[in-house]
Every structure is written in C-alpha cells, then in structure tokens.
Design a protein around this ligand. Sequence first.
Ligand code: ATP
Ligand code: MG
Length: 399
Amino acid sequence: MSSNSVIEVQNLSKVYDIEGKSKDLRYAISKFFSSKNKETEKLLALNNISFNVNEGEVFGIIGPNGSGKSTLLKILSKITFPTSGKAILNGRVSSLLEVGTGFHHELSGRENIFLNGSILGMSKKEIKKKFDEIVDFSGIEKFIDTPVKHYSSGMYVRLAFSVAAHLEPEILLVDEVLSVGDMNFRRKSMGKMNEVANSGRTVILVSHNLGIIKNLCQNGIYLDRGEIQSSGIIQKVVEDYQNSYKPYQNKTLPNISKHIDVSKIDILSITNNGSKILSTGDEIMIKIKFKSLVKLRNLLVKIIVRDNNKQVLFSCNNKFYDAIFESVPDEGIITCQIPKLALNTGEYSIDLFLEQDRIEIFKVFEIMRFEVFAGGFYETAIMPYHDRIFLVDHVWKIE
Ligand SMILES: Nc1ncnc2c1ncn2[C@@H]1O[C@H](COP(=O)(O)OP(=O)(O)OP(=O)(O)O)[C@@H](O)[C@H]1O
Ligand SMILES: [Mg+2]
C-alpha cells in the first residue's frame, strides 16, 4: 500500500448471476421440472477497477444508474464480495448504504447506537461520551427509546447518518443518503462529513448530485457500465462525466415559423445546480431561446410531455396560470419552472406549440428528448417500478 493511502482497490471485478432474480413460486417450480438447465445470465457490474484513496480525503464516486457505484461500496463494506481482484481497507469502516443498514428493527434508537458502536470496536464508555451528540444531531430525542421499526424513514436516515458519522469510524462510506431528508438536515450532514474528513478520517461518497460532489470531494472516479471512465481531481472528473454524457438531444430546430425563431431548448435541474442531468423529484427548468421575427404579443406557450410510446402524459401552458405573455421582447428566453419533477426514470419527449392571439405560429412535435434518472422524490429515495410513470406525494395513516 502506498504511503498514505487508506483504501487500495486492485483490479476489482464483480459478476452477478441474474438468473436468480425471479424468485416467485411458479418460476421455481417450472425450473425444478425443467430438464434443461436454464442458462444463467452473467452481468459484469464492475470490470477491473483500480484506485487509491488517501487518508483524510473525501472521495467521490459518480456515474449513471446501474454503473456499479453501489456494488463498489458494498464490496468495500464487505456486504458482498468481489469475483476477482481485491480491496484493502486500512481502518474501522462505518457505512451508510441503504436506509438503516446496520440497524436492528426490534431495538430502540438508544440500543442501536450502542450496538453500532460496539460493532465498530468502541467501548461502552466511549459510546456514552458520543451518545448525546448523536441524539442531538439526529433531532429525534423524543423517540430514542422507541424501537426503530416505528420510525418514519426520515427519522431512520437522520439517526443512521448521525450514528455513522459520530462513532469515529476511520473510513466512512456513504451511498446517496444526502438526497434524503430536508434541506436543513442535508446541509448539517454535509458539514459533518467535512468535519469527519478534516479530522483526518476518510470518506467515500456516492451521489448523483454533482453539486454536492464538487463541494465536498477532492478526488474521485466516474464509472460507466462498471468501468472507470475518468479519475483524479474531482472538478475534472465531474466535467468529463458531464461532457461525455448526453442526457438528451435537440432536434435540429426547423425554421418553420414566419413569426418566431426558436434557436435552442434546454432542460436543466435547478436542484443539481443547472446540470443537464435530471432526476425524479428535482426542481427543473425548461428554457426556450427565441427571436421574434415580427412584433409579437399575447403569446401562449404550450409544452406537451410524452413517454417513449408517444402517449401524452401532461402539458404545461401559461394559459393555465392566466400568464399569457402580453408583450414579447425581440429576443429572449422563455422559462418554465417545474418545482418537483414527478416522472419516473425513463425517456420522454417534448412537443412545443406557440400561439399568438389564439393563432398557431409554431408547432414542433418531439422537439426534444430527455431522460430522467432515479432521484429523491420521496424522502427515502425509493423508486417505484419504472412502469409506474408518475410519482405523487401521499400521506399514510392508520387509526
Ligand atoms: N444483487 C444483484 N443481483 C444481480 N444484479 C445486480 C445486483 N445488484 C446490482 N445488480 C446490477 O449490477 C449493475 C450495477 O448496479 P449498482 O446498483 O451497483 O449501480 P449504481 O451505479 O449504484 O446505480 P444507481 O445510480 O441506480 O444507484 C446494475 O446493472 C444492476 O442491475
Ligand atoms: Mg446505487
């Protein structure tokens, strides 16, 4: 291991068998009676990955869905094992992978704190010293003696993060939890991770949120289909990811209108600091750059969003808000802001229609395609199956 590297990953590969995915009874029975052995499909989730992480570094792992980020963290935290290659970790590891990994459902918050501490090799006395700080940070003191199975997912994540970050691990592995919880808690958590790193301990952080990654990390890797595409200084790695990744395409915009020239359409994630990578739950903005070819007034703008099968899903229209643009500059940008993108992962397209005084002056079907990635629509960041196109906020109760 080189002088100050705490984590050394050497030629790591992971192959998943995906035959076992379907576990229903019918499948099991038909498999039992089938004379032929079903071919097992192999999925190469990680392909010959090597990198080092130095002590006290916050190291970022980015890449599209399914690129192998979580698999890598699971190997580092020994939840799963590599097919070949190895990962050497020099220090006590605490990980926050899925909501509440490492928590025992029947035990209370208090008991789980002590359990986690002792797994990390801390004495009772050491844990006691940290206890108040953990509870205070998590903000759930009222429920500390309630079994964690009764916690809301938000409470769960708060406590889990607080435990993982405060129990003095030498290496902290965090998968995507910062997309969870309210803004205040996220900010607090980012501060805490910085503090952990500044005290000489090492953090590996996986996130789709490139703003957070750039803020917190010094170095990192960009994975795609299980391979490292770029590694090193984080600014460069994020740039490489953004440049190589084409989240959507613009049609060559046809010059079809005598009234208006639309030169560019962009869809950006405000949540993700203006990135073109859109995730479910993000605040997004559609930007339409135009030039008026004649003096325009009373401009109606209609956007229709369709799925891959061209089925219309919804429309946005400034008429809905009684906000038809009475006056229109010679050139400018029309923006449409959607506070919480409620589409599941998948590919979609946009049609754009413009009307002046109820007369159509511009109409292009599928003027742009875009892709939506998994994100934090729900606090848990859990995603429904992708055939459920819309996500809606809802509230559960039993009385
Ligand atoms: N237990 C498993 N069995 C079979 N295949 C798996 C298993 N876990 C992950 N995979 C597959 O391995 C690949 C990498 O998955 P992984 O979860 O590591 O990606 P990720 O980069 O974390 O994605 P995301 O950004 O969506 O969280 C994917 O194709 C996934 O379907
Ligand atoms: Mg993942």
